[in-house]
Design a protein around this ligand. Structure first.
Ligand SMILES: Nc1ncnc2c1ncn2[C@@H]1O[C@H](COP(=O)(O)OP(=O)(O)OP(=O)(O)O)[C@@H](O)[C@H]1O
Length: 251
């Protein structure tokens, strides 16, 4: 489980998150929804480790990770999506996955003798892993193409495959439907579903309510840095306070 306890984030005098607590349970997909400026991205960043909360705690699998940066959270099995960066856009589809793996440096005198063989074996293993993932999302046929040539939806799938190279147990997704042609959103939804069936848990910030309805087992609705409602998609969207928050009407 990924848990945020009493999270507050202040930027100068502005409170972006106000004593907010969430529990993103294992084995399911949790959606973080709310109108613009509600604090979703801030909460995502705090859970992922790129923002340290002013007060409050983040626990992953019961361990306090509040001040651990994303790279250390990744080692514990917490992955997060990144938009395709300009650096990676110049690489091929396959290369994008091969750079995802952190280098494991072999140490010691004896290790030096075996290093070259170990690196070769490791590369072969990574290529096999990347191939398996790319086959699942129908991108293997484009393995040697520059990733910049992919469609918005294909880039999202590639982005997700890059996260999966690190074999996380829990993945945070920042707007998986953003920049994707609406007719292709179903493919991303299906891939996430298949990963949940494999045992991967997800938390996602998402504006597309169709995708939230199709994927999320539990939903947290935020407004003005606070929690407005939590529960199933149906329960949360039927909540009057949530409706008011989206309409911008004072409670
Ligand atoms: N680094 C920052 N410095 C100052 N204010 C910030 C900073 N980051 C976010 N904010 C403010 O905190 C509030 C919450 O922003 P956040 O991006 O978390 O909202 P959001 O729910 O993700 O919105 P959107 O759906 O528009 O992305 C906003 O009013 C925003 O202007």
């Amino acid at each position: 489980m990924l848990e945020g306890r009493n999270l507050t984030v202040r930027y100068g005098g502005f409170t972006a998150l106000n004593d907010l607590s969430v529990q993103l349970r294992s084995g399911m997909v949790t959606g973080l929804i709310g109108p613009n400026g509600a604090g979703k991205s801030t909460l995502f960043s705090v859970l992922a480790g790129s923002v340290v909360p002013t007060t409050g705690q983040v626990l992953f699998g019961g361990e306090d990770v509040t001040s651990r940066p994303p790279v250390l959270r990744a080692r514990l099995g917490l992955g997060r999506s990144f938009q395709l960066s300009r650096d990676l856009a110049g690489l091929t589809v396959l290369e994008n996955l091969l750079v995802a793996q952190p280098q494991r440096v072999l140490e010691g005198i004896g290790a030096a003798l075996f290093r070259r063989r170990a690196i070769k074996a490791r590369q072969a293993h990574m290529i096999e892993k990347a191939r398996g993932l790319l086959l699942r999302v129908d991108l293997w046929r484009l393995a040697d193409q520059p990733s910049a040539a992919l469609s918005g939806g294909q880039k999202k799938l590639l982005d997700l495959c890059r996260v999966l190279m690190l074999e996380p147990s829990f993945i945070l997704l920042d707007e998986p439907s953003a920049g994707v042609n609406p007719t292709r959103i179903g493919e991303i939804t299906e891939f996430i579903r298949s990963l949940v069936a494999d045992g991967v848990s997800f938390g996602m910030v998402e504006h597309n309510m169709g995708m939230v309805a199709a994927l999320c087992d539990q939903v947290y609705a935020l407004a003005e840095g606070k929690l407005v409602a939590e529960g199933t998609f149906q329960a949360v969207t039927a909540n009057d306070d949530v409706a008011r928050a989206y309409l911008g009407v004072g409670a």
